[in-house]
Ligand binder design. Structure first.
Ligand SMILES: [Zn+2]
Length: 213
């Protein structure tokens, strides 16, 4: 069944190719006022000395936490190197650290991403894969969506024979609130193309977990 009403995600709203509809950007004052309201909600006095400069600092920090909305992943991946002397085996970049915020509570989740692909038309600069992780991490996220988005954008830009993405993270909304389980980690994976083959998944996993040199 096709849902009649599709939710308008910020992803769609801000992506350059999306249908243009207005996302009203609040003013700096409005953002700072919202922070003062949340300080009051927490039970403190936003006018006391230690908190007086907090609203502008939070507004500034938000620009950094959520800078992924202002970046275009397709642009980052638009340079493909075709001269790789016939290299066709797996390219794996592992242990890419990231910091994100869960979209349900706006609380951090922190972890590592591992990305592999089998090149077909070419390879991309290795640092670009880390930047792609950052573009998606620096938005309001779920780990599941972020894993899928990273795999999809690489699949689209590089047209590789397959992409594998593994993300492991600790969610502060599990350790700080709710069930308060510290130290538990969540793993998510997304596979395309040849990585749908369980043998390839095992190879990927073994390489991700092999000891560092
Ligand atoms: Zn959460």
């Amino acid at each position: 069944m096709i849902p009649v009403v599709k939710s308008l995600s910020v992803e769609r709203a801000l992506s350059p190719s999306a249908d243009k509809f207005l996302v009203r950007q609040p003013t700096q004052e409005q953002a700072e006022e919202a922070v003062r309201t949340l300080i009051l909600w927490a039970g403190d006095d936003p006018s006391r000395e230690g908190l007086i400069e907090t609203p502008p600092r939070v507004a500034k920090a938000f620009r950094e936490f959520y800078k992924g909305y202002r970046e275009d992943p397709d642009e980052i991946l638009d340079r493909v190197f075709e001269e790789v002397e016939g290299y066709q085996d797996m390219v794996l970049v592992r242990d890419i650290p990231f910091y994100s915020h869960c979209e349900h509570h706006m609380v951090p989740f922190v972890g590592k991403a591992h990305i592999a692909y089998y090149p077909s038309k070419g390879v991309v600069g290795l640092s670009k894969l880390a930047r792609i992780v950052d573009v998606y991490a620096r938005r309001l996220q779920t780990q599941e969506a972020m894993t899928a988005q990273i795999a999809q954008v690489i699949d689209k830009a590089l047209e590789p024979r397959g992409v594998a993405v593994l993300i492991e993270a600790e969610h502060m909304c599990m350790s700080m609130r709710g069930v308060q389980k510290q130290g538990s980690s969540t793993m998510t994976t997304q596979y395309t193309g040849v990585f749908k083959d369980p043998t390839e998944q095992v190879r990927f996993f073994t390489m991700v977990k092999s000891p560092a040199l």
